[in-house]
Design a protein around this ligand. Structure first.
Ligand SMILES: [Zn+2]
Length: 263
């Protein structure tokens, strides 16, 4: 059986509090050998680490999500530096910029964006110090996110997760040494734009993820998503790439292994 990784899962969310062992068992049975539980705050990052300590197939990423920055401490760096030393912490993330929902007045919008940029910057710094790469979240903020990461190309790489941009933007991400990853959106009827980007992305430049509990692929669309469903995502991606599941497995696991060195 071709095996895959789920490189972006929110396993610390309350959605899984009653049946996480079963969720992990279904992932194993579906050939999803490793999964990364993503931090969105310090407490979420800490929960991700605890899960990684409990389950051999779970690894953790630690970081503060851009939509939560108004609740962030002034300086995130000391806590993140400590987390980053853990043997199963494989990345800093998810971090980045999100302009999808702004407060609504010009002054508040500017302050919110400024705070997002500061928190993003602090976390890029910690990633470089710790020798870890970053999991990047951006929504309606592609140019600013790329511009903020670009000066550090060569020192740190990002994976632009849940990539839904066009092939031109994908190439701009690859140009700075970063990568992209694709979710269940590739299986959606209205996901043709993402399938076009998958088709244009070289086999060794992307990874697979669920972003669970969100974005369950067809035929589970609308239900709670879980890491086992990387299987459905991989089947569509292999079709789009015109490669076998074994080739896709080998390429995406190699890419993830090089990007997340502790994985
Ligand atoms: Zn996420």
């Amino acid at each position: 059986m071709a095996t895959f990784y789920d490189t972006h899962a929110h396993l610390d969310y309350p959605d899984y509090e009653n049946d996480l062992p079963e969720v992990i068992a279904r992932a194993q049975a579906a050939g999803i050998a490793k999964m990364i539980s993503i931090g969105t705050s310090l407490s979420s990052s800490e929960r991700a680490i605890r899960l990684a300590e409990k389950f051999p197939s779970i690894f953790a990423a630690v970081g503060w999500h851009p939509t939560e920055v108004m609740k962030a401490p002034d300086d995130l760096r000391p806590a993140l530096r400590e987390f980053a030393k853990h043997p199963k912490v494989v990345a800093i993330g998810e971090i980045g910029l999100d302009y999808h929902r702004l407060p609504g007045s010009a002054g508040d919008d500017a302050r919110y964006k400024q705070r997002q940029a500061e928190i993003f910057q602090q976390q890029i710094e910690v990633a470089i110090e710790a020798g870890l790469n970053c999991i990047i979240h951006q929504r309606d903020a592609f140019d600013d996110t790329l511009a903020q990461l670009k000066p550090f190309a060569g020192k740190v790489r990002g994976v632009f997760h849940c990539f839904g941009e066009d092939a031109g933007r994908m190439r701009r991400v690859l140009e700075i040494g970063s990568l992209v990853s694709f979710t269940g959106i590739v299986t959606f009827k209205n996901g043709q734009n993402v399938r076009d980007t998958v088709a244009a992305t070289a086999l060794d430049k992307f990874m697979l993820e669920t972003d669970c509990p969100y974005l369950a692929p067809v035929p589970y669309r609308g239900k709670r998503c879980e890491p086992a469903y990387v299987k459905e995502i991989s089947e569509i991606v292999a079709q789009v790439k015109g490669c076998s599941l074994d080739e896709l497995s080998e390429a995406t696991r190699k890419t993830a292994g090089e990007f997340f060195k502790k994985l």
